[in-house]
Design a protein around this ligand. Structure first.
Ligand SMILES: [Zn+2]
Length: 273
């Protein structure tokens, strides 16, 4: 599943290509996407057709294609969603479900084999329920006092707290494991007991995410970014996916545990409870 660094990488690839381009038409496959919901093509046309794309940006794991001062298109890649800009004459990939046709002959194409992704009009973007439900973005909106205050109110394990998109937007399993290792925090520690360490935890979150962005994301499945390039962050991960390998800090064997059906990787010495 694409995580925040993958989405940020895609945004950085798409923004210079799409900025200033005029949308001429919107096409849909007619197949439902996330939660078997139909894509509202009429609403997409209302925000996009005859509009100029102002910029492409990210909030959490959502891509926002701004087409007006307040309006735009919201895209979530789900498990297998991909975005490409390709010439209109090039064959569309299998499982292409939404296409924005651009003036000059290119198309922004959303393809999604498993259809867990989502494309929705925001009119305005601020009114989109999924965006309203998101907590602060860890790279651009969250600060240590706010994180400390939020941690202090939660008895949940800190791993579950960080994965909760209402608490912090965009963190997934990989980068939570990496951040908790960098901060020396055991994943099962109650969130409120980590509140005093919020500055170090936020630094660790940012370092993990920025490392992923610098390497264009992590390739664990068949993820390919907007330029068709594979990310290479997998080899740089410190603990995720490294059960039994030596901890890069102390040499103890990395352990794997499963909480709420999600695997966690941690060092039993560096991350004591
Ligand atoms: Zn260690």
């Amino acid at each position: 599943m694409p995580e925040l660094p993958e989405v940020e990488t895609i945004v950085r690839g798409l923004d210079p290509v799409l900025r200033g381009r005029r949308v001429e038409a919107v096409w849909g496959s007619g197949l439902p996407l996330h939660l078997n919901r139909a894509v509202d093509l009429r609403a997409l046309r209302a925000v996009a057709v005859a509009q100029t794309i102002r910029r492409v940006r990210r909030r959490g794991k959502y891509l926002l294609v701004e087409t007006g001062a307040t309006d735009g298109v919201v895209i979530h890649l789900g498990m297998t969603g991909r975005l490409r800009v390709q010439p209109a004459g090039a064959a569309r990939a299998p499982h292409t479900h939404v296409v924005l046709a651009l003036k000059g002959g290119d198309e922004l194409r959303f393809a999604d084999a498993r259809r867990f992704g989502w494309v929705e009009a925001g009119r305005p973007l601020a009114a989109v329920a999924a965006l309203q439900a998101l907590g602060p973005d860890p790279l651009s909106e969250l600060d240590a006092p706010a994180l400390a205050a939020a941690l202090a109110t939660s008895r949940a394990p800190v791993k579950a707290f960080l994965l909760d998109q209402r608490r912090v937007a965009g963190l997934g399993n990989i980068y939570v494991a990496e951040a908790l290792f960098r901060a020396g925090v055991h994943p099962a520690t109650p969130a409120r007991r980590v509140a005093r360490r919020a500055p170090a935890l936020l630094d660790a979150i940012r370092a993990s995410l920025e490392g992923g962005i610098a390497r264009r994301g992590t390739t664990l499945r068949d993820y390919v970014d907007a330029d068709g390039m594979q990310g290479d962050n997998a080899s740089a991960l410190l603990v995720y996916g490294r059960e039994g390998e030596p901890c890069p800090t102390c040499g103890a064997a990395i352990r794997r545990r499963v909480d709420a059906a999600r695997a966690t990787f941690f060092c039993p010495k560096c991350q004591r409870r």
